[in-house]
Design a protein around this ligand. Structure first.
Ligand SMILES: Cc1cc2nc3c(=O)[nH]c(=O)nc-3n(C[C@H](O)[C@H](O)[C@H](O)COP(=O)(O)OP(=O)(O)OC[C@H]3O[C@@H](n4cnc5c(N)ncnc54)[C@H](O)[C@@H]3O)c2cc1C
Length: 531
């Protein structure tokens, strides 16, 4: 019995031990599976949280594949592009250095052609509730005479016209609108560099608001970091020219002689612009040729504005101008021009002022940027997958040609008109300037044609060249008819040669073939790659 008891107790203990081992096995197995699942989900979380700490703990890396397009800069181009691509269903990550409302003297008059592009992008409501003013044309002043040049808007919807506003308010509206899209992520950060691997841009390295450095990856990076771009160097061959600077003032509580019009004074040494930026403010931009401006700090600028510029301002605005100078809120900005000269790079694209600039005399920068966005949107639309960088890059070469007729017309006109509008001691240049004023004053087709070019309503290169030389021939005709003298014929010849010397170098820099014969450029016909 004792032996039997021992067997029973032994068996009991053995089965307890077995049960224990089985339970232990189950627990271990359960834990193992749980850990494995935990690891899996923590990897997913890591993917989404984009956390991959580097050795010194300073860098984070975004390797989640959750972004289709990175946009650097949310100014006019970047903000409009973010909304446009977001609306197309792209997952967009915008990195902007400063998300607070910009306060600048740039981009305050949108030409009607730009407004049409804004409508195409569905962004026209961004001009609502910012006290934007409608602009219907220009008033041109020279030597006490003036001419009114209306935009040829007859064929358009009554809502179409130019708009002028505070640039910062407009940008903020576009940023807000882009941020309403769930697939657009707007982040404050400064992009330090593009991340390149074997000649392909894979993303960007940027510093967040709180100083952390992050690497973000996407199949396509679009750089819109504006006129001071320091990222453009590897994506184009920049040839930046700075022909002059604008000095900006705000005139308050005054009425423009021609309400709802931009005013251009053909001043000495160069043009002065005035246009409303709200119902109570008028922006005045005084052009100063060269890169050096009188010092604001030591009062030289105020003195220059009061003695050299004020007497040229339309008399109705004189007091407001002096009051603005006395108030002291004087700002300056260099006027840059840079023809588009891209180096097509897989994985990246330039847009806006980072890519292409022209003299701001004609207010064409935003129109070109918005027109470019429309072209790019349409090119990207048929593509679902942006991952093959070199194929995408080849395909997007067509962008550089398709955009050309519009962009180069606006660019060339801005550069040429600036040169014609500047005062010069050269008699031939004086004649050309006067001929231009008188030609535009003729009205009808003589003003409608050039204004349609300037406003972006009909930006055709051939029309630009025809009107430019029509002005020159008009100037020559006045010199030599009805009684040509050898001196006058010589002056006429110099006028024509001066006109050619102004426009042809600009056209050459823009690219004759792309500008006038884009359809002969093979890239024009690139078909979208089959995904
Ligand atoms: C004096 C002057 C007057 C002008 N007036 C007119 C006008 O009346 N009408 C018109 O159509 N055009 C005008 N222009 C031109 C117009 O301002 C530009 O064409 C337009 O602003 C270009 O838009 P953008 O987005 O390329 O650049 P911006 O609007 O300058 O935007 C660039 C953005 O990039 C951000 N950024 C820069 N670097 C970084 C970085 N490293 N990381 C992250 N973000 C960065 C900046 O903070 C900024 O928000 C004028 C230009 C000048 C100089």
């Amino acid at each position: 019995m004792a032996v039997m008891d021992q067997y029973i107790i032994g068996g009991f203990i053995a089965s307890l031990l077995l049960l224990y081992w089985v339970l232990l096995g189950f627990v271990l197995l359960y834990n193992l599976r749980r850990n494995r699942n935990k690891n899996k989900s923590s990897k997913i979380a890591r993917k989404h949280d984009c956390i991959n700490t580097s050795a010194n703990g300073q860098y984070r890396q975004e390797v989640d594949g959750s972004t289709d397009i990175i946009i650097v800069g949310a100014g006019v181009a970047g903000a409009a592009l973010a909304y446009t691509l977001g609306k197309e269903g792209r997952r967009v990550h915008v990195i902007e250095r400063d998300l607070s409302e910009p306060d600048r003297i740039v981009g305050e008059l949108l030409q009607p052609g730009g407004y049409l592009k804004l409508i195409e992008l569905g962004l026209e409501d961004c001009l609502e509730d910012i006290d934007a003013q409608r602009v219907f044309g220009y008033a041109l002043y020279k030597d006490g005479k003036n001419a009114k040049l209306s935009y040829p808007l007859e064929k358009f919807h009554s809502d179409v016209s130019g708009r002028s506003f505070h640039n910062g308010r407009f940008i903020q509206r576009m940023r807000d609108k882009a941020a309403t899209l769930p697939n657009v992520r707007l982040e404050q950060g400064t992009v330090i560099s593009l991340l390149e691997e074997n000649g392909t841009v894979k993303g960007v390295q940027y510093k967040t608001k709180n100083g952390q450095e992050i690497m973000a990856y996407a199949p396509l990076t679009i750089v819109c970091d504006g006129c001071f771009s320091n990222l453009r160097r590897s994506l184009c061959t920049p040839k930046v020219d700075i022909p002059s600077c604008f000095v900006g003032l705000v005139l308050e509580n005054c009425d423009l002689p021609c309400p709802n019009h931009g005013h251009v004074v053909l001043g000495d040494p160069s043009p002065i612009l005035l246009y409303p930026i709200s119902s109570t403010e008028v922006r005045c931009l005084v052009d100063i040729p060269g890169q050096k401006v009188p010092s604001i700090a030591n009062g030289e600028m105020a003195n220059y504005l009061k003695t050299a510029v004020a007497p040229q301002i339309p008399p109705q605005l004189y007091d407001a101008f002096i009051a603005a100078v006395d108030k002291g809120n004087i700002r300056t900005m260099p006027n840059r021009s840079m023809p588009a000269n891209p180096q097509p790079t897989p994985g990246a694209l330039l847009l806006g002022d980072a890519f292409n600039m022209r003299h701001p005399l004609t207010g064409g920068g935003m129109t070109v940027a918005l027109a470019d966005i429309v072209v790019l949107r349409d090119l990207l639309r048929p593509l679902r997958d942006l991952n093959d960088a070199s194929i995408l890059c080849k395909y997007l070469e067509s962008f550089y040609t398709i955009r050309k007729p519009v962009a180069s017309t606006i660019n060339t006109l801005a550069g040429a008109l600036y040169k014609v509008f500047c005062a010069s001691p050269d008699q031939a240049r004086k004649e050309m300037r006067q001929a231009c004023f008188d030609y535009l004053s003729l009205g009808g087709v003589f003003s409608n044609g050039p204004v349609a070019l300037l406003s972006g309503l009909n930006p055709r290169p051939l029309s630009l060249v025809l009107h430019f030389f029509a002005v020159a021939v008009y100037g020559v005709g006045r010199l030599v008819l009805p009684f040509p003298s050898p001196q006058r014929v010589w002056l006429g010849a110099r006028l024509l040669s001066g006109a050619s010397g102004i426009i042809f170098p600009i056209i050459r820099a823009e690219g004759v073939r792309q500008m006038f014969f884009p359809a002969t450029v093979p890239a024009y016909y690139r078909a979208p790659p089959v995904n």
